[in-house]
Design a protein around this ligand. Structure first.
Ligand SMILES: [Zn+2]
Length: 319
């Protein structure tokens, strides 16, 4: 029986708006719109971006190239172009015949699970590597005397951080069990960065790659009280956090970046069940209010209050 030949263009039109939710999942492919994720085809970490910009399931992978939804399915499943066309046609209701069996789908799902497991394993290894590097750098730092950054910001040095011989501040990032996973460097001019990871294929340093989620540094000491509530402030950066500590005497956990506030709040809540959390949001109201947005998200999880630090008052009170 001769089947009517279905045109790729017809299929693409019928498939519009259905790639992410309907079509890809049938081949065991998962995408997130406009978010960098591991590539479903080559497994490259953080190199894949699905944007569907022309409505044909468009994606871009730094490693295996760009294409549309039909290309992606071919790459992932190893099916030929006509086979993919046939399948997608049947999914969007253009043709009822399908050569794909549940066994195929089960295999693709298994393969996807395996890819995801390998990716998690790779990521964990990399994070462990960077954790060791952070510990070594912090332990062996040749100590300097002063930090222009601290002077400029008029804040103290917490005894648990270090100043290296370039005048950089070294601030460890710990998890709730006290394991150091990362290290923030603040250069004298205020430039901040975390541990630099490995070199890439071109021999350039890659920034990032270390664990950040839920990591914090605690300025001062928390005195947990089993019966009464006690205050723990949570702020983003060192200068802000230390200003708050100097003005109030309360311990201040640093989340380093705004979007880490909810994870840090969650980690601290497990550690200090009776603490009242005071989220000291950075005032980004002139920009996009990121600080407030994440402080609110954290507060919704852990309770507590949100304040916008008024630095003029803090400065006056310590003068
Ligand atoms: Zn790829």
């Amino acid at each position: 029986m001769a089947k009517k030949k279905i045109q790729a263009e017809d299929i693409k039109r019928a498939a519009e708006g259905k790639w992410a939710d309907l079509i890809f999942p049938r081949f065991g492919i998962e995408v997130q719109w406009k978010k960098k994720t591991p590539c479903p085809a080559c497994g490259g970490r953080d190199r894949f971006r699905y944007d569907d910009k022309n409505g044909v399931g468009d994606y871009f992978c730094q490693q295996c190239g760009a294409g549309d939804g039909l290309d992606l399915i071919q790459k992932v499943t190893g099916l030929s172009f006509p086979e993919v066309l046939e399948e997608v046609a049947s999914i969007v209701g253009l043709d009822a015949t399908s050569a794909i069996t549940d066994t195929d789908r089960a295999r693709w799902r298994k393969e996807r699970e395996l890819r995801e497991k390998e990716q998690r394993e790779r990521e964990r290894k990399r994070q462990e590597q960077i954790a060791r590097k952070a510990e070594g750098l912090f332990r062996n730092a040749y100590l300097g005397e002063t930090s222009l950054y601290l002077k400029e910001k008029q804040v103290n040095k917490d005894p648990k951080i270090k100043i290296d011989h370039h005048g950089n501040l070294l601030i460890p990032a710990y998890d709730e069990h006290g394991k150091m996973w990362n290290l923030q460097t603040i250069e004298p001019d205020g430039n901040k960065y975390f541990i630099k990871g490995d070199t890439n294929d071109l021999g350039e340093w890659q920034t990032g790659g270390g664990r950040m989620g839920g990591l914090f540094f605690m300025i001062g000491e928390v005195q947990p009280d089993l019966y009464d509530s006690h205050i723990v402030c949570i702020a983003e950066g060192y200068a802000t956090g230390m200003s708050i500590h100097m003005a109030t005497g309360h311990p201040v956990a640093l989340s380093f970046v705004a979007n880490n506030l909810p994870k840090v709040g969650t980690a601290l809540r497990q550690k200090y069940p009776n603490a009242v959390f005071v989220y000291c949001a950075d005032d980004d109201s002139a920009k996009d209010n990121t600080g407030m947005k994440y402080a609110q998200e954290a507060q919704a999880i852990t309770g507590g209050i949100i304040v916008l630090p008024d630095f003029t008052q803090i400065k006056e009170s310590i003068a």
